[in-house]
Design a protein around this ligand. Structure first.
Ligand code: ATP
Length: 371
């Protein structure tokens, strides 16, 4: 188990895994609970169809919970999430009532850092031809993986400020890279490429302008690449990479990059395949522990409208199934999402008129019915 099994497409013969996948649900804020309800519905349908065994427990941690109790995540909940569950499925965290975002940081970064989930895997896959705003060449597709380093860079909180709120304010945020942290995520990217039958690994950095941190990345990348002579390895400056991602996305297979750059590139990636409503992600270590979440945030403008697209959460649930020994369930869920898109079962962000629940129910029915 770990970092995706070898088979992505085609016949997968494995049946239900021989263990119950214990899933902790963290619906969180905004549209989080709405999309997570649909992701759960789809996993339950896969369960009913005999494709996996899953149990669910919901954790209340959110802005509401924080404002009511003063607790963000808490040591006890953290320990339970670490010790008692195979996987965590998170909706979204973020709420304007918590101005400094402390609960969101404690929950999301607390879990990513605390569980040492150093790989943030963000697939960028064009699931229906009309979803891209790009004018692709004939037969050109978009199907790549962004591997974002998840525990270092600018996200460690290193730095500080002096005289905040005054005209003399000084602020410093430092980006941190360790040889250990870079090496393990670069190796994970090469392993992922091998296991999923991809041929090229691209490093995105800014070694020309920020030589210390990205110099370490480049040297490490080149050294690790030598262990994978069967794979093509290339380095690009991230600005040029972003340009090429829009011009000719089919030249990329696996992109590995630092935390902040990966955050930006993966939103760009989401933008070229249909937007945030369709972008799933997984935060992984190498031991099979994982936190799965849509790339999007809490989208407060959509709460209660029924317009939130649940597909990003549902596709995150498919990644959860795949990583936890149920590849057939993952394939079935992804195929059902593709059929929904092809049949016009879409929320307004994708030009449709269906509600969050309509889409979730439709996909769950397809998953339960097979095909
Ligand atoms: P964060 O800071 O957590 O990334 P954000 O408020 O900057 O959050 P999102 O909440 O991710 O950004 O979303 C930005 C906008 O994209 C939303 O306001 C919404 O209009 C749209 N959006 C996000 N997620 C979805 C979704 N699942 N379905 C439809 N539209 C979405």
């Amino acid at each position: 188990m770990g970092l995706l099994p070898p088979v992505r497409h085609g016949a997968v013969r494995e049946r239900r895994p021989d263990h119950v996948i214990r899933i902790a649900l963290l619906p969180g804020d905004g549209i989080g609970p709405e999309v997570l309800q649909e992701a759960r519905r789809v996993l339950e349908a896969a369960s009913a169809a005999g494709l996996l065994d899953a149990s669910f427990e919901t954790f209340p941690h959110s802005a509401d919970h924080y404002l009511r109790t003063g607790e963000t995540l808490g040591e006890e909940a953290f320990a339970r999430l670490r010790d008692e569950y195979s996987a965590i499925l998170l909706g979204a965290v973020g709420d304007a009532r918590v101005a400094d975002g402390v609960h969101a940081r404690d929950i999301l970064l607390g879990l990513r850092f605390g569980l040492d989930l150093f790989v943030n895997l963000r697939p960028v896959c064009l699931r229906a031809p009309d979803l891209t705003p790009l004018r692709l060449r004939e037969h050109e597709t978009i199907d790549l993986m962004i591997v974002r380093e998840n525990t270092e860079g600018f996200y460690t909180g290193s730095g500080g400020s002096l005289r905040p709120g005054t005209p003399q304010e000084v602020a410093i945020s430092e980006s941190l890279a360790t040889r250990y942290g870079v090496e393990r995520v670069v190796r994970a990217a090469f392993d992922l490429a091998r296991r999923t039958g991809r041929h090229r690994v691209t490093l995105g950095d800014k070694a020309n302008a920020v030589p210390h941190v990205y110099g370490l990345w480049r040297r490490t990348f080149r050294e690790v690449a030598e262990e994978y002579p069967d794979l093509e390895a290339e380095t690009r400056y991230v600005d040029a990479l972003a340009l090429e991602l829009v011009r000719h996305p089919d030249q990329f297979d696996v992109i590995v990059t630092e935390n902040l750059l990966g955050d930006i590139l993966s939103d760009l990636g989401a933008g070229i395949v249909g937007g945030l409503g369709l972008a799933p992600s997984a935060n992984l270590d190498l031991r099979g522990k994982g936190l799965y979440e849509p790339v999007h945030g809490s989208a407060p403008d959509l709460v209660g409208t029924g317009a939130a697209n649940p597909m990003a959460a549902i596709l995150s649930a498919a990644m959860l199934a795949r990583e936890n020994g149920a590849p057939l369930a993952a394939e079935r869920i992804e195929a059902a999402v593709d059929r929904a898109l092809a049949s016009g079962v879409r929320t307004p962000d994708l030009g449709g008129r269906k509600t969050t629940e309509d889409v979730g129910r439709w996909i769950a029915r397809e998953v339960a019915g097979g095909a």
